[in-house]
Ligand binder design. Structure first.
Ligand SMILES: Cc1cc2nc3c(=O)[nH]c(=O)nc-3n(C[C@H](O)[C@H](O)[C@H](O)COP(=O)(O)O)c2cc1C
Length: 387
């Protein structure tokens, strides 16, 4: 039995494992044997994960037989490996955002048969989309704990599911009854080298929503919330179009006026004639309670094809900050539009000054208004891009 006292824990080591358990493919050591006991120890740890109804229904298949691994490799090749290899060969040397992932994925497809152990976690029951809790959702966390425990010991894994298209073939090959659901196929090996880093991810502040969907805060929020806390919101839409087309639309500063009830239009100002870091433009707005006004805008984020953002009024003390981000996802582009109020003065400052005790409510309403307009803008961009 493991006893663990968090008051004396080495948090840095635990965090290190959590932060660096990567999809290891290129660095799987195909030569070094993996002892059964290490796998069983990690399964014992994984079994401590939560299960619906406290029923331990996970069953773990450990595949070492070269003939079985060869057949799994064939199935993997047919279900996704061939495609991964083609994709790698197509984008190699092009600086495509998926170049590294595809190089790694294709390598796994080509070497799967040589991986020392392939682990297939399964669970008793069929994952039938019935919404019944305690099935699928009672095995994922266990299987991930298994990967974490291995990482802590110097072994690498890759969470893969592409082969599950061939679930019936796998079931037949390994004699898995049709009352079970297969969850993943996890190659396991010692890693070549033991040091791994973190991968780029959204910072928690951008994706953690406080007391309601899409409610973000740059800091705090304090109680009660203040403009100085940086209240914000975000809308996202997946667009089936070429990224270049979406980029062209988001960098057209005047386009939002077609969809937003507040933006009347925008024009490049000073020497600026188009989107670039440091470029300036003037936005013209209207609002029932505020009237019509113009605001100077400063492009403060510009990553070609990826991110376009600006702040209003004063770059040193902006009234608001806005940012479009494009992320390639399978078969589409995910467009994310982020807005953030303060810390400087803006259209709501007068209202807050007049009714300081209503500041939280004023902020909430303003954020809701912005969110509705932002949603209209990304929906409009989607419609144009997909047309
Ligand atoms: C649900 C799921 C399915 C996945 N399926 C595959 C797969 O079939 N083949 C593969 O090589 N990687 C697969 N991966 C691994 C991801 O590609 C990997 O997490 C991604 O490349 C990021 O790498 P990282 O985990 O090192 O950050 C899968 C990951 C998840 C979460």
């Amino acid at each position: 039995m493991v006893r663990f006292d968090s008051s004396t824990a080495d948090v840095a080591s635990v965090d290190g494992v959590l932060a660096t358990t990567r999809a290891v493919r290129l660095r799987l050591d195909l030569e070094r044997e993996v002892d059964d006991q290490i796998l069983l120890d990690c399964i014992d740890l994984a079994e401590q994960s939560p299960s619906g109804g406290n029923q331990g229904s996970r069953r773990w298949l450990l595949i070492r037989d070269p003939a079985l691994k060869a057949r799994l490799a064939e199935l993997y090749m047919a279900s996704a490996g061939k495609w991964m290899i083609e994709a790698r060969d197509r984008i190699v040397g092009t600086d495509h955002p998926n170049e590294q992932v595809m190089r790694s994925a294709a390598h796994l497809a080509e070497h799967l048969a040589k991986v020392p152990v392939i682990v297939i976690p399964t669970i008793i029951g069929r994952h039938d989309n019935s919404g019944r809790p305690g099935l699928f959702d009672s095995v994922i966390q266990g299987a991930w704990s298994f990967c974490l425990a291995l990482r802590a010991r110097g072994l690498g894994t890759a969470w893969t599911t592409a082969i599950l298209n061939a679930e019936d073939d796998i079931a037949e090959l390994l004699g898995i009854p049709d009352t079970m659901t297969q969850i993943a196929m996890i190659p396991v090996a010692w890693t070549k080298g033991t040091e791994f880093g973190t991968a780029p991810r959204y910072p928690a502040r951008e994706i953690a929503y406080f007391d309601g969907f899409a409610r973000t805060w740059e800091r705090g929020p304090s109680d009660p919330p203040r403009l100085a806390d940086g209240p914000g919101t975000v809308v996202e839409v997946d667009i089936k179009a070429q990224p270049e087309r979406v980029w062209e639309l988001v960098t057209d500063i005047d386009l939002g006026a077609r969809f937003s009830s507040e933006l009347l239009g925008a024009d490049w100002s000073g020497d600026s004639t188009g989107p670039a870091l440091g470029a300036t433009f003037t936005g013209r707005n209207t609002h029932a309670a505020i009237g019509e006004w113009s605001v100077p805008c400063f492009v403060d984020v510009y990553e070609d094809g990826k991110a376009f953002g600006w702040c209003t009024s004063d770059p040193g003390n902006p009234g608001a900050r806005w940012r479009f981000e494009l992320e390639p996802i399978a078969g589409a582009v995910r467009l994310r539009y982020r807005g953030l109020l303060g810390p400087g003065p803006s259209g709501i400052s007068a209202a807050i000054a007049a009714m300081p005790d209503k500041e939280p409510r004023i902020l909430e309403r303003r954020i809701d208004e912005h969110r509705a307009n932002m949603q209209a803008v990304v929906d409009g961009i989607k419609e144009l891009a997909e047309a």
